[in-house]
Design a protein around this ligand. Structure first.
Ligand SMILES: NC(=O)c1ccc[n+]([C@@H]2O[C@H](COP(=O)([O-])OP(=O)(O)OC[C@H]3O[C@@H](n4cnc5c(N)ncnc54)[C@H](O)[C@@H]3O)[C@@H](O)[C@H]2O)c1
Length: 332
């Protein structure tokens, strides 16, 4: 008998922490489409119950209590649960150490207790801080400029120790700027700090204008350049990562398109895609904003066999726009 399309020969069972949030919900949806069994563990601190994809079991709970929710029937954990607002982490760093580092300590202990030995972790470009060269490779120095980035780097170090000492097979994926939407799942952080959803709020008439922080950077149009990766491309990398590391190995991979787009290019593309004028307001540079942040994804290509297939900025923005418009009619 042949295996139905999309159903892997060897379906597995995964725990997705933070699967009610933006990235976790898209990855959970991809796992289900690939025929796996998914349980989402999320405390809904920044996520949404309706974001959990149909077909996934849902536990409303904290990663700090993962030992109660995990059991040896799980084949692995995909770990998205974290706080991730850079600005908030500067004014309230303890919140980030307690949740991101403390929570992951408990999760790793639970995995050890139940013999669950595969982990994929959401790390971030913020672990690098100010880049020393471009594109950024995994061999570049890590010098985070915020407690958020520092907390994620600390978790990367914890995972390395766990792999060496206790045989965990682990992959940390260092995302650059995640954007776009997939099906019912899209970006709705509160407060929103990411450029594309903010510009779309202007197009929707929810904001008067978009602030452009600095137009005198050493870039072609003077505005900051960032690497935008479609959330569905990112999700595919997670599925590949589940089998990429050997027991005892901690693999770290950057995930980006290797292509930078400036703030001005994003705003101009939003105007074209939405047909709305998007007024800009010139604002001074923000401290700690590097001129250019672009990933080298060579390791992801080599070790995961991953290639982005949705790198076109207009396509990424069109998907995000479709989601933002749908949200606008469904939110009261
Ligand atoms: N979105 C990006 O551009 C980006 C870039 C780099 C890294 N990341 C990382 O990717 C992950 C997902 O980001 P996102 O944008 O989807 O954020 P998000 O806020 O939408 O999702 C995080 C989810 O984790 C849950 N959560 C937080 N603490 C928890 C806890 N202690 N126990 C259980 N659930 C908890 C929240 O309720 C939320 O649903 C985060 O770890 C973030 O640091 C995101």
């Amino acid at each position: 008998m042949s295996t139905p399309r999309n159903i892997p020969a060897d379906p597995k069972k995964y725990l997705v922490t933070g699967g009610a949030g933006y990235v976790g919900s898209v990855v959970a949806q991809h796992l289900l489409e690939a025929g796996h069994t998914v349980t989402v563990l999320d405390d809904l601190s920044t996520g949404f119950r309706e974001g959990v994809p149909a077909g996934a079991a849902f536990i409303e709970g904290r990663i700090q209590d993962a030992a109660r929710h995990l059991d040896p029937s799980y084949d692995g954990v995909l770990h998205f649960a974290a706080f991730s607002q850079v600005g908030e982490s500067v004014v309230n760093p303890e919140k980030y150490w307690v949740n991101n580092v403390g929570g992951t300590t408990a999760l790793l202990a639970a995995m050890r207790e139940h013999g669950v030995r595969t982990l994929v972790f959401s790390s971030t470009a913020a672990t690098y801080g100010e880049p020393v060269s471009s594109p950024i490779t995994e061999a570049d120095p890590t010098a985070p400029t915020s407690p958020y980035g520092a907390s994620k780097l600390a978790v990367d170090h914890m995972i390395s120790g766990e792999a060496t000492a206790h045989g965990l097979a682990a992959v940390s994926l260092r995302y650059f700027n995640v954007a776009g939407a997939y099906g019912r799942c899209g970006e709705r952080h509160d407060p929103e700090s990411h450029l594309i959803p903010l510009v779309l709020q202007v197009a929707l008439g929810k904001r008067e204008s978009i602030n452009v922080y600095g137009d005198d950077y050493p870039t072609p149009d003077g505005t900051c350049v960032r690497d935008y990766i479609h959330v569905a491309d990112l999700a595919e990398a997670h599925l590949l990562a589940l089998t990429a590391a050997a027991p005892g190995e901690h693999l770290i991979c950057n995930l980006g398109n290797g292509n930078g787009f400036s703030v001005r290019e994003v705003i101009e593309t939003v105007r074209k895609v939405t047909g709305h004028p998007v007024p800009e307001t010139a604002a001074p540079r923000r401290g700690g904003d590097p001129a250019v942040l672009v990933a080298s994804a060579a390791t992801a290509t080599e070790r995961l066999g991953w290639q982005p297939s949705r790198a076109d900025l207009a396509g990424i923005i069109a998907d995000a726009w479709q989601f933002a418009r749908r949200e606008d009619t469904t939110t009261p």
